[in-house]
Design a protein around this ligand. Structure first.
Ligand code: GYE
Length: 366
């Protein structure tokens, strides 16, 4: 008998506290998982990771991962492999979809064929999902979505991730406050977007643009660098030619693109960072990105927490015991800067702290 069916017979009362530490849209965001020091001083505990397979039943999970395009992605994959290990009672069927939506749909169908107990999807793009999710539903396999969202179907039990629009808004609000502090009155920005159709790209683009429109800034151009270092370098190289001397802000939608953009600006003789002519903004805040914030090459980095797996395990435990998990679980995020000149910004009417990067923070980050 499959684990999910056994789960229906278990005591529902056990579930009341199963999601302790996770947040819903209305509640405070989820805290960083246990291994990660939350630099902004949060003290709530991450979910306890006691394997639900204690009875000896191995739980089979199919995970259709986006690919291997970035440091963030590597951390996300590792998080799932660590939590859903054989030692913890899981059989993790992992598919790296190499940023190809057709491969991802095929991977999910393969998991249905294998009759896995649960399917985890990090959707490469946010649309085109209803048919395959209906197939999962018909097969009785619960789907848990992580990181990027699915926007054209609600046939999944839970989503665990970050609010990408808030990240974009935060970048904009920080830039507004920073420019005021530095006496910069005109903003001419170049955006290097993430992969086209990804909800992370859509949210970050919309959020930053909302502030740019409100403040009357110019966004000179906005092109995809596909969330990779090579993509960031290629787009920045062409920007340096097309917009020579015309831009003072570059927004990269992830750290790896920022690494590529820095290489291209260096090549073109453009100075950036806290002592340069161009303000450089990034997203993800992986440890490699934070190294560049600490050195002053990246001015500000807006975190996106890739360690979703412990929260996914809580969802699975809740399902296994017959409960109903939260439909949306938001991860905790922090905003990182180099200079100690602004202590907080207001985003969506909420005050959020800015954290100056230290070696301890970098060491604790993924
Ligand atoms: O920002 C980027 C990755 O979906 C939030 O995908 C994720 C993004 C992340 O490749 O580095």
């Amino acid at each position: 008998m499959k684990r999910k069916l056994i789960g229906l017979l278990l005591c529902a009362a056990m579930t009341a506290t199963m999601l302790a530490g996770c947040g819903s849209k209305e509640e405070a965001p989820a805290q960083a998982p246990a291994e990660t020091e939350a630099p902004a001083g949060n003290d709530a505990e991450a979910p306890e990771t006691e394997a639900p397979a204690a009875s000896g039943d191995v739980i089979t999970i199919g995970f259709a991962q986006v690919g291997h395009e970035s440091d963030w992605r590597t951390a996300s994959t590792k998080s799932c492999q660590d939590v859903f290990s054989a030692e913890n009672g899981y059989d993790l069927q992992f598919v790296d979809c190499d940023n190809d939506s057709a491969v991802q749909l095929e991977a999910v169908r393969g998991f249905i064929e294998q009759d896995v107990d649960y399917i985890i999807i990090d959707p490469i793009v946010s649309t085109g999902w209803d048919t395959v999710l209906t197939e999962c539903e018909d097969a009785g396999i619960p789907v848990i979505v992580i990181d990027r969202t699915i926007d054209d179907s609600d046939k999944y039990v839970s989503w665990v991730g970050s609010n990408f629009k808030t990240e974009g808004l935060a970048a904009g609000e920080w830039l507004k406050a920073y420019a005021a502090e530095k006496g910069i009155t005109e903003i001419n920005a170049l955006v290097i977007e993430g992969s086209t159709g990804a909800s992370a790209t859509i949210g970050r683009t919309e959020g930053f643009k909302e502030i740019a429109d409100r403040e009357g800034w110019t966004i000179l151009d906005s092109q995809s660098g596909d969330f990779t270092q090579d993509g960031g370098a290629e787009v920045m190289e062409s920007y340096c030619k097309s917009y020579e001397g015309k831009f003072n802000v570059v927004v990269c939608q992830n750290d790896n693109e920022a690494f590529g953009a820095m290489d291209a600006m260096k090549q073109a003789g453009v100075s950036y960072g806290v002592n340069g002519d161009v303000i450089l903004i990034s997203f993800d805040a992986c440890s490699a990105g934070l190294e560049f914030v600490k050195s002053g090459d990246i001015n500000a980095d807006f975190e996106c927490n890739p360690l979703a797996a412990p929260f996914v395990e809580e969802v699975i435990k809740t399902l296994a015991s017959g409960g109903t998990p939260e439909k949306e679980v938001y991860m905790e995020e922090h905003w990182f800067v180099n200079e100690d000149i602004l202590s907080s910004i207001e985003v969506n009417g909420e005050t959020q702290n800015l954290t100056v990067v230290t070696d301890e923070i970098i060491a604790a980050q993924y």
